[in-house]
Write a protein that binds this ligand. Structure first.
Ligand SMILES: Nc1nc2c(ncn2[C@@H]2O[C@H](COP(=O)(O)OP(=O)(O)OP(=O)(O)O)[C@@H](O)[C@H]2O)c(=O)[nH]1
Ligand SMILES: [Mg+2]
Length: 376
């Protein structure tokens, strides 16, 4: 086998050279483009290289029993080197094909179209359940045209719309003329019950001129009563401290002119059955129109779920998520409401009373979960 390499400025010219030199029986083994830099890289010139072979059995049979050698530009090289290079190229191609094939068969690429990968990653980072995230991508994709899918804003908007449908919310507290509403906030210790009551009461009292009453059943800590009393004084609303069920009945009767009664309860440990039973008893006496379970999003998902299960002996009909300003993982909200189907009433986003509270709105919350900054 005789092997030679040819360089020319074009493929046609290189092939002519091969033909002229090795004749029409020559076999082309390899072609490649060369980019030759001229001195000082002033000009880039492209050229073509052909490696061609001629079976010497055809033209000039070898009879001296030498090893199978080839000749390139006058040099003699071992033919095996070419096969080694060929083998390396084949291995590289095989590995590329394998990567593509594995991507095509990877369930992720089947469930999450490539254009959604950024959003998908963000959702997982924000702790949205993998199953829910994939479901969202799928339903968003079904509603988009191919050209819409090329637009990142459109993708985000579409996922936000789909997510909003999974986020049940309820209208804010409202009062018809002459109506009275009793609203209780319950939940684990330190979730933000008292602060949230202060925010709500301040808004309805100061902005809407509603007559507000505070009742606190949190008599376990002196500081707890003082905390609520401070807010009551600022708002100019009365506060009743109740120690027994009888106290609750009397307080409600005494203040039958109040339009909005906010009942603050002591933080209860979801692990303490006696505390939960006592709370359920209190709710039986007050029969609130609304019972909001207050959960801090800074608490880990499993603890939030545990609290929801334990507080379910109380007829909770609203969820308030607090401390959204302190979390990077708001996706847990979506996971929770996807399981418990209780609507969200309010979100709180800071310690300031009364500013840092907002009425839960599905699309706005979806944007928060998607990582769109709060003030957008
Ligand atoms: N960053 C932040 N802090 C909040 C928010 N809501 C409440 N807090 C803070 O959380 C802490 C506990 O709030 P509280 O309102 O006393 O909570 P609680 O549920 O009444 O607590 P207990 O009565 O002890 O069960 C306080 O320091 C509040 O200022 C919020 O939305 N964001
Ligand atoms: Mg409190």
């Amino acid at each position: 086998m005789k092997i030679k390499r040819y360089e020319a400025s074009s493929m046609e010219e290189a092939i002519s050279k091969v033909k002229a030199d090795l004749g029409p029986e020559a076999i082309i083994l390899h072609t490649r483009r060369l980019h030759k830099a001229w001195p000082f890289n002033m000009i880039n010139k492209s050229a073509v290289e052909i490696t061609a072979a001629l079976d010497i059995n055809v033209s000039q049979p070898k009879s001296n029993g030498e090893a199978d050698l080839g000749e390139v530009d006058g040099e003699t090289i071992v033919l095996g080197e070419h096969f080694d290079q060929l083998q390396l190229d084949i291995d590289e191609i095989k590995s590329i094909v394998k990567t593509i094939a594995s991507q095509l068969t990877d369930p992720l690429f089947q469930e999450v179209p490539a254009c959604f990968l950024d959003i998908y990653e963000k959702l997982l980072l924000n702790k949205v359940d993998d199953d829910i995230a994939k479901k969202l991508m799928k339903s968003a994709q079904e509603k988009l045209t191919t050209s819409q899918m090329a637009d990142p804003d459109m993708l985000q908007e579409s996922v936000a719309r789909e997510m909003a449908q999974l986020l049940p919310v309820c209208p804010p507290l409202s009062l018809a003329e002459g109506e009275r509403k009793v609203v209780a906030l319950i939940g684990p210790t330190g979730a933000g019950k008292t602060t949230t009551i202060a925010k709500l009461a301040a808004r309805y009292s100061l902005y809407e001129g509603r007559k507000v009453l505070f009742i606190t059943a949190d008599t376990y800590r002196v500081a707890a009563v003082e905390q609520l009393r401070t807010y009551a004084d600022i708002i100019g609303a009365p506060i009743e401290i109740v120690f027994s069920n009888q106290d609750v009945r009397e307080a409600l009767e005494r203040h039958d002119d109040k339009e909005l009664v906010f009942i603050d309860t002591a933080g209860r440990s979801p692990h303490n059955d006696a505390q939960i039973n006592e709370l359920a008893g209190l709710m039986n006496i007050c029969t609130p129109d609304e019972i909001h379970l207050v959960l801090s999003v800074t608490t880990k998902l499993s603890d939030q779920m545990h609290a929801i299960n334990r507080f379910s002996s109380v007829p909770v009909n609203r969820l308030i998520f607090t401390k959204l300003d302190e979390t990077n993982t708001p996706g847990t909200i979506l996971n929770i409401v996807n399981k418990v189907k209780v609507p969200i009433s309010y979100l709180t986003i800071g310690q300031n009373v009364p500013e840092d509270i907002s009425i839960a709105e599905s699309k706005h919350l979806a944007n928060i979960i998607l990582g769109v900054p709060l003030d957008e």
